[in-house]
Design a protein around this ligand. Sequence first.
Ligand SMILES: [Ca+2]
Length: 204
Amino acid sequence: MAVQLRTGSANVSSYEAKVYVHCPSLVQYQEFTPTHGFQSASTAPLHFGLGTHQKADSVVVVWPNGIRQRLLNVAANQRVDVVYTLHAGQQKPALVAVRPYFMPSDALQATHSQQPLNDFSRQLLLPQMYSYAGPRMAKGDVNGDGLDDLYLGGGKGQMGQVLIQTKQGKFLPKPQPNFVPDALCTDTDAVFLMPMAIKTLISK
Ligand SMILES: [Ca+2]
C-alpha cells in the first residue's frame, strides 16, 4: 500500500506527518520527513508492506499540527491519497504539559567570570582559543557527611570555589585561602582524588 499525503494548504505541511497502518496482526508506522540521514529523504508516497493481508483495518494520519484523520477498511495494493481535511468544529489538540528534565534552581548561588582574552592575538594559528576551556566542575564529599560537595573552577582572575552541600540541598561557598595563588590561572579541568590530600588542601 502506498500512502500519498496532500495538504493543499500553505499553512500545513505533510513533512513530519505520522502514518499508522493497522492490520489484525501488526501496526506499521512511518513519519514523512525531509531527511533520513546524510543525503537521504523520505520517499513519496510512503510504502507499507501488508504481507498476506488484503486490506488494512485502518490508516491513521496525524498531521504536524496534531489533526488526526482515519480511513477504515483500506484495500491493499493501491495508492491511497490522504488529503488534509479540517472538519467544521474540529479543534487542534491541546498541548500536553510535559515534565521537563531540568528545572531552574536556586540551590547553587555561584557565577563564573572570565577576563576577556583573545588567544589569536598572541598566536594566530591556534585551532581554537584555549583560554575558554572552563568552567569545569567536580563533585566529592569534602567534609565526609555523605552529601556531595562541589568544586567550581574559576576563570582567569577568579579563584576556584568549594561549595558545601547542606541537608536542605543548598550549596554554600566555603572560602579556600589555598586557592588564592592560582586565581590568575584558568581552571580547565577538575577532579577530586585522594581524600588525605584533600584534607590538607581544602578547608572544610
Ligand atoms: Ca559533603
